[in-house]
Design a protein around this ligand. Sequence first.
Ligand code: NAD
Length: 254
Amino acid sequence: MEKKVLRIALIGYGRMGKMIHSIAEQRGHKVVLMLDSDTDPQWDSPRWADVDVAIEFTAPHVAFANCKRLLDKGVAVVSGTTGWAKELECLKEQLEAASFGALLWASNFSIGVNLFFEINKRVGAIMERVSDYKPSLTEIHHIHKLDAPSGTAITLAEGLIASMPSRLENWTLVEEGTQTSADKSLEVRAIRQGEVPGTHTIEYRSQVDRIELTHEAFGRQGFAEGAVVAAEYLVGRVGYYSMEDLLTYFLDNQ
Ligand code: NAD
């Protein structure tokens, strides 16, 4: 399949914006605009007509306004900014009623993590039938991370609970070295350690052995790659898209 060279606007030029810039160029695309908090977006400028897609990684308090402006202008938007889920619902509704505009938002753009979500559910469905094994989940992140457990750990826990309905009812965040007394609660542990970018492990333990599934991020590159693949996917489409849609496209284009 011939790949189109995209003209990309980067909204937010922080750690993610810079990494996305480098990955986009490696994949043969052109970054035609870079906006940060101190740049005037010039929303009425004709330069927006030259933009195929905007990739937005900023901050929760500005993401909605940025994405709405871009959608109103008919620019396709890939957004990875976290922490604005409520306002996002308004944009989904706007897109449902509109005949133009496209948005793909994800809390985790890593293709590897999204594959891991799928693997987790499939293994859970097998383990649902094997009562000897008790599942648990551990995430490890750098010491600067404020939330615990991570959003990725919550998605993994929810996937497992849905795949093991007779074994699990909910999840409980427990301290390292402790256990929950609740029978049908998935134990989730959050460890903060050095500069670890993000490691998630699902363990199945029986009396005689242990099975472990781990996803370990080596850095932010995986998120940036996923965001650029999302931009390639989104251009030419209309509507709201999710990571499940992107994963199908990614697997079909391998
Ligand atoms: P960062 O703080 O390094 O960069 C954010 C940048 O946005 C800053 O340079 C800031 O000046 C700029 N900014 C703020 N307001 C702006 C505005 N109105 N217009 C344009 N730019 C503006 O943060 P980061 O590590 O790049 O992360 C950005 C966001 O992406 C966060 O919400 C983070 O949680 C999220 N994130 C998501 C994923 C994912 O896979 N979805 C991965 C990593 C980070």
